[in-house]
Write a protein that binds this ligand. Structure first.
Ligand code: ADP
Length: 450
């Protein structure tokens, strides 16, 4: 209220000064009272004019952007200007803070790995993050305030929108036909809706693979089990001669062996999937791997094939010895199993130009049609199921090989031609290849180097 008294004082002084001046001026014309009245009125008028100018400046400032400071007046108008400006600045600060909070909130929603779509009461898009835009094929800017059903017409999604909110996530096909989306709809505020979407394609695929895998394993185990239980019944119910009994036992042994091999391969796969990548500083001599897999292949072939392995191989591979041996043995054994009698199996080693190493297993066997090649490393995938089983195959061998080589940072290359033969190559990166055994430094050399 400090402005109130000076204002009254200024008004009263202006009026008194005017009246005094008027009284004095009115004397010569014998109308001092009229002069005083007129003078007082002029004094008040001058004060009103000054007020009007100051008020106009303030209104002018208020109707602008208020970026500059309010007019710096004294008294009444100065007080109004100061208070109005202070309240505007406070409000601006509050709005800036709210805007910052909103931006942070929207950035957090934008960073969400799930799709977030906000709809108003008419199902118009008020906001969506880029993940939702990708899931629903929307443009976050262009499609704002568009009815979502005009833009997303997938029946599953439209049907889900008819529900006020969903309790369970709904699975709808990806709108571009690539996979599956899981959608949850929640109501908030007054009839506003939040649509959350998640791409569950990988999860669905993994579930399907797991289901297939369990079905395949069950099938693979059920067949030999049925055979074994049939033989048990036969032995139990029929009197068998010694020769028949030996034959039945031999066949039962074969089926049991088949189940054991399958379980061993399954365990190998599980171990490969669950263990860390092999160390890259454990060097395995290739000659040792060749020697062991040659002995295996010779036993499997029993002289029916010509086997050729590199003679003296000085190279070394960095990695896990049992895994590398299992990969090589699988390839060599496959070559023997899928090559008719009299055929040739050749194993070679070479250092490629980029420093990577290649162990190739070639055969002159039955070969594989081009269309099957991309699927050979799938679990239980076989080109000819009965041939695979008859030769003791589980359908997991190449799957194991692929896992091993990938864990070592390499890849498996396959070339094949039906009736001519196949070539399976393990390619290992340069970092895991040592072309020759490092020379052992003699104590004398060490001393001279020091
Ligand atoms: P399997 O135990 O059936 O041999 P693999 O995973 O080792 O399982 O191989 C998958 C399939 O690839 C085999 O069933 C066979 O049809 C084919 N295959 C693998 N190696 C060869 C090869 N050297 N020659 C021809 N076909 C092969």
């Amino acid at each position: 209220m400090t402005w109130l008294f000076p204002r009254f004082l200024a008004g009263a002084l202006a009026m008194a000064a005017g009246a005094l001046l008027g009284y004095w001026s009115g004397g010569p014309i014998h109308a001092p009272l009229i002069g005083a009245l007129l003078g007082g009125a002029v004094g008040v008028g001058v004060i009103s004019l000054i007020d009007t100018v100051r008020g106009y400046r303030l209104i002018h400032w208020l109707s602008g952007s208020q970026e500059e400071a309010a007019p710096r007046d004294t008294g009444f108008w100065g007080e109004i200007g100061y208070r109005v400006e202070r309240s505007i600045r406070n409000r601006e600060r509050g709005t800036a803070q709210e805007r910052l909070r909103l931006e942070q909130f929207l950035s957090a929603m934008e960073a969400s790995p799930n799709g977030i779509l906000l709809l108003d009461t008419n199902d118009q898009i008020t906001w969506c993050n880029s993940v939702a835009a990708d899931h629903f094929g929307l443009d976050p800017e262009r499609d704002r305030m568009q009815p979502v059903t005009n833009l997303v017409r997938a029946p599953g999604f439209v049907a889900a929108l008819q529900l006020p909110s969903t309790t369970e996530p709904l699975l709808v096909p990806d709108l571009r036909g690539r996979g599956t989306l899981s959608i949850v709809i929640r109501t908030y505020g007054e009839g506003l809706r939040l649509v959350l979407s998640q791409d569950v394609t990988q999860r669905e695929r993994a579930d399907a693979m797991r289901r297939d895998f369990v079905a395949n394993v069950s099938h693979e185990i059920r067949s030999p089990l049925t055979v074994v239980s049939g033989f048990i019944e036969t032995m139990d119910s029929l009197p068998l001669t010694e020769v028949e009994r030996k034959r039945v036992l031999m066949l039962m042994g074969q089926q049991t062996q088949r189940m054991q091999t399958l379980v061993a391969d399954l365990l190998t796969l599980a171990q490969l999937e669950g263990s860390p990548r092999p160390a890259s500083d454990r060097w395995v001599p290739l000659a040792k791997l060749f020697g062991q897999s040659e002995a295996d292949a010779a036993a499997l072939s029993s002289g029916r094939h010509t086997l050729r392995f590199p003679g003296d191989c000085p190279a070394q591979l960095a990695g896990n010895e049992p895994e590398l041996l299992s990969a090589l043995t699988n390839l060599v054994n496959n070559a023997v199993r899928y090559t008719p009698e009299g055929g040739r199996v050749t194993v070679t080693w070479r250092l490629r130009d980029d420093g990577s190493g290649e162990v190739a297993v070639s055969d002159t066997g039955i070969g594989v049609d081009r269309e099957h090649i991309p699927r050979l490393t799938e679990r239980f995938y076989r080109v000819d199921g009965s041939r695979s089983r008859d030769t003791g195959g589980t359908g997991l061998g190449l799957s194991i090989v692929k896992h091993v080589v990938q864990r070592h940072g390499g890849e498996l290359e396959v070339q094949s031609e039906v009736g001519k033969g196949s070539r399976f190559s393990l390619i290992l990166p340069a970092a895991r290849v040592r072309a020759s055994t490092p020379r052992v430094t003699t104590p004398g050399e060490q001393r001279s180097a020091a």
